[in-house]
Design a protein around this ligand. Structure first.
Ligand code: KIV
Length: 273
């Protein structure tokens, strides 16, 4: 018996081959219907641990668990068929040792069917990335602002304003790339540093609040659709869903209060027997 496994999804080598060529388009997604809407337009869907803040109302990504990532990851896989799906490894699921990271990544990949896992740069990350990649787990690194380090950093502050900080972040990016990651998210750094990282590493860089010179861009989808009243400077809003939802719900509430919803075309009359 021969089994032909066909996948319509973009592959890791296809993404890597885009370095310095066609830009890589990435957005976050946390649900099946949103993944279905984005799938035709993006190359990568990132099930980011930003889900904790965006969907669950947490103050940071620190409270996000493996179970939450798996639940949202499964939904995104169900809703998409073309994009390569990357899932964030949440805080506490990979930092202790390469073996811990391996166990968490295997659980994520087996339970969701995603293609890759993302880790933030931290102490020992090069060993962890190499350990995962050698065992068949494609890894995306994440340097610059590391949201999971919000408490040691004292907030979400842009990086690369001092020489020391620039050297540290460049070293993080080189380590992650040399260890075998296939792409790196570069978040919230001065654009000169993002450019330098993009030149220095052989894998694609995906910028967020970084530089148009990065090999690709990622945004939190709810931010770019304007679901919130406030968005950070680096977000370009392509819609104003906040206003649309506010106006739509106000109109619905008025219709209900005035008893003009539902009308006769929106209700069921008894069949004549
Ligand atoms: O969690 C997330 O959404 C991310 C992006 C901001 C890159 O890591």
């Amino acid at each position: 018996m021969s089994l032909r496994i066909r996948s319509t999804r973009l592959t890791v080598p296809q993404i890597v081959s885009r370095k310095g060529k066609d830009k890589i388009v990435c957005l976050t997604a946390y649900s099946a219907p949103m993944a279905a809407l984005l799938d035709a337009h993006v190359d990568l869907l990132l099930v980011g641990d930003s889900v904790g803040m965006v969907v669950h109302g947490l103050p940071s990504t620190v409270g996000v668990t493996l179970e939450m990532m798996i639940l949202h990851g499964k939904a995104v896989i169900r809703g998409s068929e073309r994009a390569l799906v990357v899932i964030d490894m949440p805080f506490g699921s990979y930092e202790r040792s390469p073996a811990q990271a391996y166990d968490s990544a295997v659980k994520i990949m087996q339970e969701t069917g995603c293609q890759a896992a993302k880790v933030e740069a931290c102490e020992g990350i090069a060993d962890t990335v190499a350990f995962l990649v050698k065992r068949g787990i494609p890894v995306v690194g994440h340097v610059g602002i590391r949201p999971q380090a919000v408490h040691t950093d004292g907030g979400f502050k842009t990086k690369g304003h001092t020489i020391d900080e620039r050297q540290q972040i460049l070293a993080d990016a080189r380590q992650v790339s040399d260890a075998g990651a296939f792409a790196i998210v570069v978040e919230g750094v001065v654009s000169e540093l993002a450019d330098e990282i993009t030149r220095a590493v052989s894998i694609p860089t995906i910028g967020i609040g970084a530089s148009s010179e990065c090999d690709g861009q990622v945004l939190v989808v709810d931010d770019m659709l304007g679901l919130f009243e406030w968005t950070p400077r680096f977000v370009r809003r392509y819609a104003s869903l906040h206003t649309l939802i506010d106006e739509s719900v106000a109109a619905y509430a008025m219709d209900v209060r005035n008893a003009v919803f539902p009308n006769s075309s929106e209700t069921y009359a008894a069949r004549k027997t």
